[in-house]
Design a protein around this ligand. Structure first.
Ligand SMILES: [Zn+2]
Length: 160
């Protein structure tokens, strides 16, 4: 068994869709980044790469590569999961905390949880999503950015 940790932050800006864990959340502002800037999928992808000892999302998907401009981050997660499977690893469980002052993500936690379970090919019970505000302080609390922390446990599903 191995454990992996992922963390990501993206700035909120006008004229962008807000994608959180593969779920489109209605909001006047979205996350700014080279790809679709799905902060949760990036943190989860990094957690998976970390658990398997495969580096980080910046190594795998450089933000200088035009191929990843506005890329669907679900592809990053799907490809990374495939790489883990090829290395003989499967996901045991995932725990995610999203930090957002705006919009309030509480009403979307269940949809995000189901989306992540589907993307990872695990039961919904193996995924947990927590939503926290920034307590009105710092870049999260001023609603300038959304951040995410993810922890994943992986285990052997077959020979290396
Ligand atoms: Zn990111």
């Amino acid at each position: 068994m191995r454990v992996g940790l992922g963390h990501d932050t993206h700035r909120l800006g006008e004229g962008r869709p807000l994608l959180v864990g593969g779920v489109r959340v209605p909001h006047p502002r979205g996350l700014v980044g080279h790809s679709d800037a799905d902060v949760v999928l990036h943190a989860v992808t990094d957690a998976l790469l970390g658990a398997a000892g495969l580096g980080d999302i910046g190594d795998a998907y450089p933000d200088t590569d035009p191929a990843y401009k506005d890329a669907d981050s679900r592809l990053f997660l799907a490809e990374t999961l495939l790489r883990l499977n090829q290395h003989g690893w499967g996901v045991v469980n995932l725990d995610v905390t999203v930090f957002a002052q705006e919009p309030k993500l509480g009403p979307h936690k269940d949809a995000i949880r189901r989306s992540l379970a589907e993307l990872l090919g695990v039961e919904v019970g193996a995924v947990n999503v927590k939503a926290k505000t920034g307590e009105k302080v710092g870049h999260i609390g001023r609603a300038e950015a959304i951040a995410c922390q993810a922890v994943v446990l992986i285990d052997r599903i077959g020979p290396v």
